[in-house]
Write a protein that binds this ligand. Structure first.
Ligand code: NAP
Length: 538
């Protein structure tokens, strides 16, 4: 008889970002043997990598921190309502050290592949350097926006100046003063970079394909009194986040758009435009994301705001989205973004009019002319959610490759598991709640649910869990129904699975869970209460 091999660990966690940190905290608390494999040389995930100028939260800092430890909440002083990347990275390192988690983490471990060993019922994980680890459960904490994509433009390697994708911004400072700089991409990242560097560079040329609806962040420092207030109201803060569909500190106006006279609508819109963070998106009339008329009127209101902030009317028109309504793609929050275009050293190029033909040794060539640059910044986004999975070779039961299974649709059960991949538990899986919310809020839900499942399995002597194909298919149907309601479902963005720089991502895919965090949590609780119905435990 063949001897069944026992795995090295109860659990292997891939990734030491927001999700991996909390997951390893819970695993060690449960007394499970576990390790975190992390490609970087330190923890922090997204906040480790994204060091580009202007990188900061657009969730209120005090809604982004972990809620699981009162001690941690009491001792950490956020300095700004929307903290910058260095502060967030310091915070995450602080959490790791406070709970002594570093000893469970291995850095410089880039996972190249993982396969499920059917006989032994465990995962074998291979690193790029050839090392192997085995664990009963494989928990992916690999982030949702961690597979950066460069544009598919000829000549990328020809450029002799400096060029960076924002995600891979170097640790050393990049000289900006006096430099001729190009930014390609105007999503949430591009908007932050452009706003931050406009007055620091020599010349800045922005190459825009589609504008987004941006709105003011209204960041500020947190004074001592406000900090004391925040610390004494964490329970309330997290309760508001729990009730909000996106896990944010904002509540919708319960009225429907058509039930409110125009004057009152304008009053609310002025108020939320002047309010902090995502109020401008989430504190609106409840039907703004689903009622085309409400959305069109609000979009017209925001368009006027843009016109009022940009001096040149042609530039203003270029910056106003014409192909989608407000909030149907991720809304970039900004600080003096539109005003940047009033500067003499900032130029906007519409690449629909004059497409980029190639990158050259000295800059880039559009259909109209050659440009010379010292620095090209690619703020061209990510192969969202599934990209990080696709970049690892993951093989489940019977040699099924995850990449193949998901080639048309990244179907999962609750975003937590996908059939054919036993014991693979995903903290930010497609069609799940954590990829649809203020990330740490969704992640605490996912980690707690998965940890409870592991305890349940331990208590019942189970060692294998796999989503049923039928349950997965019902979940897909439910996710699809939730998408159908929303105006965003008709718009190309990473919410709907598009990325022009990745083969096959030119068709709509069901990527997130658009039914709202409260509904999602309710479903998770029901499933757990019914002995994890939909999951086959053995
Ligand atoms: P993104 O929203 O996908 O934006 C990428 C930008 O690059 C878009 O403007 C896109 O144009 C453009 N682009 C892509 N390929 C191109 C090409 N070949 N030629 C020309 N333009 C091209 O990516 P992102 O800005 O990095 O943001 C991704 C997500 O990260 C956000 O939605 C947000 O969830 C998160 N984020 C969060 C924060 C924060 O918390 N504060 C900050 C930054 C980012 P099209 O629109 O035409 O495709």
């Amino acid at each position: 008889m063949r001897e069944v091999q026992e795995p090295q660990y109860d659990a292997i966690v891939i990734g030491a970002g927001v999700a991996g940190i909390y997951q390893i905290y819970r695993l060690q608390e449960l007394g499970m043997s576990a390790t975190v494999l992390e490609a970087a040389d330190g923890p922090g995930g997204t906040w480790y990598w994204n060091r580009y100028p202007g990188a900061r939260f657009d969730s209120e800092s005090y809604t982004y921190g972990y809620s699981f430890s009162k001690d941690l909440l009491d001792e950490w002083d956020w300095s700004e309502h929307f903290a910058g990347q260095p502060e967030t990275l310091r915070y995450l390192n602080h959490v790791v050290d406070k709970f002594d988690l570093r000893k469970h983490m291995q850095f410089g471990c880039k996972v190249e592949g993982a396969e499920f060993d059917e006989d032994g019922c465990f995962w074998r994980v291979r690193l790029e350097d050839g090392r192997e680890f085995t664990g009963r459960f494989l928990l992916t904490a690999i982030g949702m926006l961690s597979a950066a994509t460069l544009p598919r433009i000829e000549g990328l390697d020809d450029f002799e100046g400096e060029s960076w994708h924002t995600y891979y911004w170097p640790h050393e400072p990049v000289e900006l003063a006096g430099k001729r700089v190009a930014v390609i991409g105007t999503g949430a990242t591009g908007v932050q970079v452009i706003s931050e560097i406009a007055d620091k560079v020599g010349e800045l040329t922005v190459f825009q394909r589609r504008p987004n609806w941006c709105a003011p962040l209204h960041n500020d420092r947190i004074d001592e009194e406000s900090l004391a207030d925040i610390k004494s109201s964490y329970d309330e803060i997290f309760e508001i986040c729990r009730r909000n569909a996106g896990g944010f500190l904002h509540s919708p106006d319960p009225r429907k758009f058509q039930d409110v006279p125009r004057e009152e609508r304008l009053e609310l819109w002025e108020k939320i435009y002047a309010a902090r963070g995502f109020s401008v998106w989430m504190s609106n009339f409840i039907d703004t994301g689903i009622n085309p008329e409400a959305n069109a009127e609000y979009s017209a209101f925001i368009a006027d705001k843009i016109r009022s902030r940009v001096n040149d009317s042609d530039t203003a028109e270029l910056l106003i989205p014409k192909d989608h309504g407000f909030g149907t793609r991720r809304v970039p929050l900004e600080t003096r973004y539109y005003e940047a275009y009033n500067r003499e050293n900032v130029h906007l190029v519409d690449i629909n009019e004059t497409p980029i033909e190639r990158i050259t040794t000295r800059g880039l060539r559009t259909a109209e002319r050659d440009y010379e640059f010292d620095l090209i910044i690619y703020a061209t986004g990510f192969d969202a959610i599934t990209g990080a999975f696709d970049r690892m070779n993951m093989t489940g039961s019977g040699g099924l490759a995850l990449r193949d299974k998901w080639s048309e649709s990244p179907d999962t059960l609750l975003g937590m598991q996908t059939s054919g991949f036993p014991n693979l538990l995903m903290l930010s899986g497609p069609q799940g709640g954590s990829v649809s919310t203020n990330y740490p809020r969704g992640i605490e839900t996912a980690v707690d649910w998965i940890s409870d499942l592991l305890v349940y399995m331990r208590d019942h002597g189970y060692r294998r869990v796999e989503a049923n194909a039928e349950a997965e298919s019902s979940w897909r149907q439910h996710v699809q129904e939730m998408y159908q309601f929303q105006l965003m479902s008709k718009v190309k963005s990473w919410f709907t699975g598009y990325n022009s720089n990745v083969d096959g991502h030119d068709v709509p895919r069901l990527m997130i869970y658009p039914g709202g965090a409260p509904r999602y949590r309710e479903r998770l609780e029901e499933v757990a209460a019914n002995d994890y119905e939909g999951f086959h435990l053995s």
